[in-house]
Each structure stands twice: as structure tokens, then as C-alpha cells.
Write a protein that binds this ligand. Structure first.
Ligand code: ZN
Ligand code: ZN
Length: 684
């Protein structure tokens, strides 16, 4: 979803996507400064005419839900919390706080004003707000580096301290053109042209910093919103953090621009807290940890965006897949396996070929017929349904598949495990009767809760998206479906926010975001009703009256994609996985070669108990311990002659340190029990 949105946004806003990946879902909230961009107005809770006033027209309601108290405490919550008292939750994104949005957006203007003051000839292009800050793209000769930033920040502080008003002015397109031409800003002219082209009667607004026409005042073409006065900004609560290259309108054939990223908060304490959290997040970067822990690799040599799971990463994935399958089977799902390619006609029937084509890889020729790498699993599951004959008695069908799909991503947009070209969805489709929607949705929500709380994710932000203006399906079915979703959420007792009209044209949906150990939010689970595919594929079931009816189709994924979810887990746990999940649960370190037979014997018994164990010998103890710690192995057992004789182990855990000497049998049973119960750590 994020991927799709980013791309959409990228096209609409002409913002270079080069940095979107590193900003993750920040990109979804990025907004284009250009009033030409739909996102700058339509998706914002502000009416154009009121911009600039402090009147909040529609406040965003964000409901978070704490899942059952059964949540297992994660290692990460013990070891990795940011040291500051403020967490990300205390630092609202621009999407969550209109006050912060105004502040950050205003900072983009102030930065542009400062840059134009310091660098003669610098031209302004666009400068949107992002989650915790802002950026602005400049066309300028002088190369910007990080060293340029303190000077620009200082100039911004000067502007802020002057307490200059933000003044809105509405003018005709001709007038705007004259003024822009007078200052020779060619990019602004292009923006103006695209506004007029889109809607010749669109109001053109510019915002001045300082009284219009007064010496030292500055203006930019913009739709707002801003703070009322630069004095509303704390000069010590802004930072300029990075410079990057970008292309005008995100098009690599167009002019190369220079982008400056900054952050802004209400006060310096918040800014400081944010920087600390960001440093912690950088330490947890799954690409770095993935290499250090030897979990996976992605390389251009074999093809960008394609993940190679090394033995330890593969072991984690295997554990995740087993857990996933186990709880799905328990909930009455059946498993499917489908191929990776099929005739393109399948996606022509489904509509993906027309609507989703840009995300699909090119077709390949197989004996003069066009085949397609699958971008989605849905049509395959439909094909299996179509191969059978079902009556109302057979429904609901719950079909689950860890289905690998391939989607075309531009090389510049990929990012570790978060954005790849081949990934495995934890996909399932439920085919049911209209009356079964509510109980089926409850079942899905239960499954979501069970899966996510096992990883310690118990804070959810739930969003319900309802019928958009253009949609397929009758009023009756939409009404039934939407109330079934509401009923299911109420039954779970989950708070949620409503995105009115935000559903897909083919059905309403529920999206769930989780919060990781650093307080960052990740969109993972989605439950989506579909009144379209059953129609397109002419699916039916036989009613009690012997009539043919269309089944209701529910698409759902809990983790989203295994790759992305594993990236989230790596960062959430900072690589120190809970014992049940760790690729190696126990490492046995032999002090001398003489104890090796005993070490091998213990390892054999542990393997028989299902414990993932490795043995290390022929190495200095200091080095062996350091390696085990670097690998973040939950349990380390040091074995010398004394232990070998007494059939004991000297135990040290990653979570609790030195635990002393324990009998080998006790260690074995405690580790096995913790793994079976999917606990964060073994209690000795
Ligand atoms: Zn603005
Ligand atoms: Zn689907």
C-alpha cells in the first residue's frame, strides 16, 4: 500500500522519490507546496479560503487501541528504549498535529527565504512538510553540503526573531505571472502554469513573510497553511539535517535540484528528543543489522530489490512461517500454493493489467503466449475457487497462502527489506455469504491480535475506510459491509478513526498500524472487502433456493509482507530477538578441545528438544564470548572441564548476564519451554 501511495504521490507532486524510501512512510504524508498538486489541498483538512487563520476546520481523530494484556514483553522494550523521557508518541507528526504542520510548513518558507538571501540566484521550487520536519528543493549553482547548513539555520533564526507576519494574498493568474516574471523565478512560473492549466479559475495565493512590499519581505507561491507570525516558532527548536539531490518534478530528465531537509518542533527539548530517537533508529537500521547478524543480502550483482536469506535469516523466516501457518490452521484456514507466473489474461480479467500495470513486470513469451510474473495472489485464489463448485453450505472458505509476488519498483526507490521487487505476502482470501462478513472480520481481527501481540505489538491505530464516490456494488451490500466492519470493531472493543470515502472503489476496508519499540508506526494489517473481483471472474455459489449468487470476497494480510515485517522486527528488537524467534537460541562454548565430546552430547540432546543450538570450539574464550554477544544469542553456555564432569553448564544470557552454573537438563527444559510458549526469554 505504502509503495503504491508513494508512487502516486510522487507522480502527483513531482517530488523526487529518491529520498522517499529512507523516509519510509513519511512519504505518504509529504505534501507538495505547489497549489497545483491535488494533495496540497484535497487531502488536507483545510479549506482553501480559511487558510492562514487558526480555525481548525476538521481535527483528525486518531484512536489507538491497546490490545489484550497478553502481550509478551519484548527484549527490545527492555534494552532499547530511547534514553530520553519523550518518545515518538509525544512528538506528533505533521499529519497528526495541525499546529506542527503549520509550523513545519512555515519553516520551509523561512528556509527558502534564508537561502535566497544567502545565495544570490538560488531559485525556489517546492518545499513540503514531512512527518517531523520539512524540506525545500532549490535550483542553484553553488553546491550545498552539510557545512552550508549552520549558516542557513542562523539566517532562519534571524528571520524568526524579527517576528514577521505571514500575509496571505489572493491574486489573478496574470498578476501572479507578472510578479513571478519580475523576479525571474522560472520554476514558480511552471507551477503557476500547471495550476492554470488544471483549473483556469483556481484562486492563486501567495504568502508573504513580512508586510508585502516592505523592505526585507519575501514571498512564495503557496496554498498554505502557515503560522501567523515567524515569532510563533522557537528558533532553537529547528534543525537542518541533510542535503540531497533531487530532480525537478521527480523526473531524472529534468533539472537537478538541491534539497535541504530540516526538522521543527515546539521546543528544543522535543527537537533534542527527536534527534536521539533518530540516532537510535539509525543504530537499528535493518540493513546494517542484517549484515552484521548475517541474516540476508540484497545486491545489485544478482538484481536489486531481491532478497537472499542467509541461513540465520532463513531460520527466522522459517519460524515466522511455521507460527503463521499454525495459527491459521487453528482458525480454520486452509493453505494454498500457487505458481509465480501465469498467462497475462488472468490479470486482464482481474483488471490489474489496466489499473496496476505500471507496478507489473513486463510479460514474457511462452510458446507465443504472454505470461506474467504475478504481482498479486488474488486471481490465483479465484482460479482455484472457479475450479470448484460451491454451495452456501461450503462457505465460508478461508484460503491462505504465503504468496510470493513481484512488483516493478524503480531502482532509486528500493530500500532494504522495506521496499523490494520480490516479496511474500501473508495473504488470505475469505469467500463468504453477506451474513458471514461480521463474524469473519472478527475472526481476522482476532488473528491479527494473536499474531502481533506475540511480537509485543499491542498498540494499534485502526482506520476504517468507507465508500468513495465512485464505486461498484449496490447500496445494500455497501451498507451491510460497512456496518459489519463497524460491528466487528465494536465487538473487539477497538477504537478507530474513520476515513470517510477513503475505501477502494470495490469495497470498504480496515487498516491497522502498529507501534514499534521506538514508537514508530508501521502499517501492517489490512482487511479489505471486494465486490469487484467476484463480478469480474463471474464467481458464484448456490443458494438454498438453488440460485446462483456472488460470494463476498475478503482480502486480508496481517504482516503485510514477510520481508518488510522481518525488517520491522529486526529494528524493533535491535537484532536481539526473543528466544523463541532467535535463529540460534543457545551457543555452547567449549573452553578446551577435551570437553568437545560433552559439548556435542549436550547439543545433540538440545536439537532433539527442538532447540536451535550451535557449538563453538578451538577459539579463545574471550573471542567466543564476544562473538556470541555480537550475534545477540539469547543463551550462552561456557563449558570447561568442571562442567563436563558435573554435567552442568555455566550460563550467561543476553538479557540478564551471568547466571552461574546450572545442570544441563535444567537449561534444556527451560529453553525448550520458553520457545514453546513463544516467550521473550527463558527464566532460569
Ligand atoms: Zn506555504
Ligand atoms: Zn487479494
Amino acid at each position: 500500500m505504502t509503495t503504491k501511495l508513494c508512487r502516486k504521490l510522487h507522480t502527483m507532486c513531482n517530488i523526487s522519490s529518491a529520498r522517499f524510501a529512507t523516509h519510509g512512510h513519511a512519504a505518504r504524508k509529504a505534501i507538495c507546496l505547489s497549489p497545483a498538486c491535488e494533495r496540497s489541498l484535497a487531502s488536507l483538512p483545510f479549506a482553501h479560503g480559511r487558510i492562514g487563520s487558526n480555525v481548525l476546520l476538521r481535527s483528525r481523530r486518531v484512536a489507538t487501541t491497546r490490545a489484550a494484556e497478553t502481550a509478551v514483553e519484548s527484549d527490545a522494550s527492555q534494552e532499547g528504549q530511547a534514553t530520553t523521557a519523550l518518545t515518538l508518541q509525544d512528538l506528533p507528526t505533521s499529519g497528526e498535529s495541525d499546529e506542527m504542520l503549520r509550523l513545519r510548513h512555515s519553516c520551509a518558507h523561512i528556509m527558502a527565504m534564508a537561502v535566497q538571501k544567502l545565495f544570490k540566484g538560488a531559485q525556489c521550487t517546492i518545499g513540503p512538510w514531512i512527518d517531523h520536519g520539512f524540506y525545500y528543493d532549490f535550483a542553484m549553482e553553488e553546491p550545498l553540503t552539510k557545512k552550508s547548513l549552520p549558516r542557513i539555520r542562523k539566517e532562519m533564526q534571524k528571520i524568526i526573531k524579527k517576528k514577521l507576519p505571514f500575509v496571505r494574498e489572493e491574486l489573478s493568474a496574470e498578476e501572479a505571472r507578472e510578479r513571478i516574471e519580475a523576479i525571474g523565478e522560472t520554476y514558480k512560473l511552471e507551477i503557476l502554469d500547471s495550476i492554470v492549466e488544471r483549473d483556469p479559475n483556481a484562486p492563486i495565493t501567495i504568502y508573504h513573510i513580512g508586510e508585502p512590499g516592505e523592505k526585507g519581505s519575501w514571498w512564495d507561491l503557496c496554498a498554505g497553511p502557515h503560522v501567523e507570525n515567524t515569532g510563533d516558532i522557537d528558533p532553537n527548536a529547528i534543525s537542518l539535517d541533510d542535503v540531497a539531490g533531487a530532480y525537478w518534478r521527480g523526473d531524472e530528465n529534468k533539472a537537478q535540484l538541491q534539497r535541504i531537509y530540516g526538522c521543527a518542533f515546539s521546543n528544543a527539548t522535543e527537537l533534542d528528543a527527536f534527534h536521539k530517537i533518530r540516532e537510535e533508529a539509525a543504530k537499528r537500521d535493518h540493513r546494517t543489522l542484517g549484515r552484521e547478524l548475517d541474516l540476508f543480502s540484497i545486491s545489485d550483482e544478482v538484481g536489486g530489490g531481491l532478497v537472499f536469506w542467509h541461513p540465520k535469516g532463513a531460520m527466522i523466516r522459517h519460524t515466522l512461517e511455521n507460527f503463521w501457518k499454525e495459527i491459521h490452521l487453528k482458525q480454520g484456514y486452509q493453505l494454498l500454493y500457487t505458481p509465480h507466473i501465469a498467462k497475462v489474461d488472468l490479470w486482464k480479467t482481474s483488471g490489474h493489467f489496466d489499473f496496476y500495470g505500471e507496478s507489473m513486470f513486463d510479460q514474457m513469451d511462452v510458446e507465443n503466449e504472454e505470461y506474467q510474473l504475478k504481482p498479486m495472489n488474488c486471481p490465483f485464489h479465484v482460479a482455484i475457487y472457479k475450479d470448484g463448485y460451491y454451495s452456501y453450505r461450503d462457505l465460508p472458505l478461508r484460503w491462505a497462502e504465503l504468496g510470493t509476488v513481484y512488483r516493478y519498483e524503480r531502482s532509486g526507490t528500493m530500500h532494504g527489506l522495506f521496499r523490494v521487487r520480490g516479496f511474500t505476502q501473508d495473504d488470505a482470501h475469505i469467500f463468504c455469504l453477506p451474513d458471514q462478513i461480521a463474524p469473519e472480520i472478527v475472526g481476522v481481527l482476532n488473528l491479527i491480535e494473536e499474531l502481533l501481540t506475540t511480537f509485543g505489538f499491542a498498540d494499534y491505530e485502526v482506520n476504517l475506510s468507507t465508500r468513495p464516490e465512485k464505486s461498484v456494488g449496490s447500496d445494500e451490500i455497501w451498507g451491510k459491509a460497512e456496518s459489519a466492519l463497524v460491528e466487528a470493531l465494536n465487538q473487539k472493543g477497538w477504537g478507530y478513526s474513520v476515513d470517510d470515502g477513503g475505501g477502494a472503489f470495490y469495497g470498504p476496508k480496515i487498516d491497522i498500524k502498529i507501534r514499534d519499540a521506538l514508537g514508530r508506526q508501521w502499517q501492517c494489517s489490512t482487511v479489505q472487502l471486494d465486490f469487484n473481483l467476484p463480478e469480474r471472474f463471474d464467481m458464484h455459489y448456490i443458494t438454498p433456493e438453488n440460485n446462483k449468487e456472488r460470494p463476498i470476497m475478503i482480502h486480508r494480510a496481517i504482516l503485510g509482507s514477510l520481508e518488510r515485517f522481518m525488517g520491522i522486527l529486526i529494528e524493533n528488537y535491535a537484532g536481539a530477538f526473543p528466544i523463541w524467534f532467535a535463529p540460534v537460541q543457545v551457543t555452547l562454548l567449549a573452553v578446551t578441545d577435551a570437553v568437545m565430546p560433552y559439548v556435542e552430547e549436550v547439543a545433540k540432546q538440545m536439537r532433539e528438544d527442538g532447540i536451535r543450538v550451535e557449538t563453538v570450539g578451538g577459539m579463545s574464550m574471550g573471542k567466543a564470548i564476544r562473538n556470541a554477544e555480537k550475534a545477540k544469542i539469547p543463551v550462552m553456555c561456557i563449558i570447561g572441564e568442571r562442567e563436563a564432569e558435573a554435567k552442568t553448564l555455566s550460563v550467561r544470557t543476553y538479557a540478564d548476564g551471568e547466571l552461574g552454573v546450572l545442570s544441563a537438563d535444567v537449561v534444556r527444559s527451560k529453553v525448550a519451554a520458553a520457545a514453546n510458549q513463544r516467550l521473550a526469554k527463558a527464566e532460569f
